[in-house]
Design a binder for this molecule. Structure first.
Ligand code: SF4
Ligand code: SF4
Length: 300
């Protein structure tokens, strides 16, 4: 098909076989996340480190952490079993670019040699993006997701208690300002190289809900091709750190109001399922449990 009327045909050409971006493709192509990135370089108030990073994942799930070698074995086994497999993503369980992004790029380097047809993507909070854009381009990673929850450090200071940057911990407004600048610069550097960037935002009622319109404008102006506004999913059992009483997530109606207000800005994606960091299969399904490292090891 020619794709949506409001999408640049060159962009459509890149995303039409990508299950996360094309409503059509998500019935025919499969994606797989491998959880090779355990560390994180920032703290989000809504994060619980026992579970996967919310950059891309539904909170409250624990993905099986893999070494790059285990990840390659798993991917090659899955590719044999699921011929529709077209996209491999690294989305956690921490940040894919934290700690020098060693595991992330080791995995992509092997994949490029062993399965050059697979499309690669990663998601990140953006702090380490400017340092890694060259390598991202070098490994032909054609999609990057950045989680951007604010474009105003005053708002950011309510979301991020600290970041770890240049060998030290930064807090408060300083931390939020550095994160914001790196997110914007990283987004600009990626789009300048023709790498597709999707922006995720976590909607946090009373913190950034009204502000997301400004986020939408800012990311659109810098070339993001999709903006995906996701609800904060807060479950007392998983513990968000917003104050002592916790922070509620938005209602479906509140989410829709913000998504509608952003219509006409960066194109919105409404079918993201917030898959877990080791999800396998077509978008509506998750066959991750069939492909644990133990089982792959047993297959030889
Ligand atoms: Fe947690 Fe992800 Fe935020 Fe890091 S970027 S603190 S792993 S939610
Ligand atoms: Fe696609 Fe969203 Fe799932 Fe990522 S989390 S694989 S973008 S549906």
């Amino acid at each position: 098909s020619d794709g949506p009327a409001d999408m640049d045909p060159a962009v459509w050409d890149k995303v039409k076989n990508h299950p996360c971006y094309s409503e059509e493709a998500h019935h025919y192509f499969a994606r797989m996340h491998v959880a090779v990135a355990p560390a994180c370089n920032i703290q989000c108030n809504y994060c619980n480190r026992k579970y996967d990073c919310s950059n891309e994942s539904r909170p409250g799930v624990v993905s099986e952490k893999l070494t790059p070698d285990q990840a390659i074995k798993k991917i090659l086994a899955v590719a044999q079993d699921i011929p529709q497999l077209s996209v491999i993503g690294i989305a956690g369980p921490g940040d894919s670019l934290a700690a020098g992004a060693k595991n992330t790029f080791a995995t992509f380097e092997h994949l490029q040699k062993k399965a050059p047809d697979l499309k690669l993507c990663l998601s990140t909070n953006g702090l380490a993006l400017p340092d890694n854009v060259d390598r991202i381009a070098q490994y032909n990673i054609d999609h990057v997701t950045i989680t951007i929850n604010m474009v105003d450090p005053e708002v950011g200071a309510q979301i991020y208690p600290w970041i770890f940057h240049k060998h030290k911990r930064w807090t408060g407004l300083d931390a939020a300002k550095i994160l914001h600048e790196h997110q914007m610069l990283g987004l600009e550097m990626l789009t300048a190289r023709g790498i597709l960037v999707k922006v995720n935002s976590v909607m946090i009622p009373g913190v950034n809900d009204e502000h997301l319109l400004a986020v939408n404008k800012a990311v659109k102006a810098r070339g993001a091709f999709l903006h995906n506004i996701m609800p904060l999913i807060s479950d007392p059992a998983h513990g968000t750190h917003f104050g002592l009483t916790g922070q509620r997530g938005p209602t479906a109606q509140e989410l829709k109001v913000v998504q509608d207000a952003c219509e006409g800005g960066a194109k919105l994606m409404r079918h993201c399922r917030q898959c877990r960091a080791d999800a396998v299969g077509l978008l509506g399904e998750d066959r991750g449990d069939e492909f644990t490292a133990d089982k792959i090891e047993a297959m030889g």
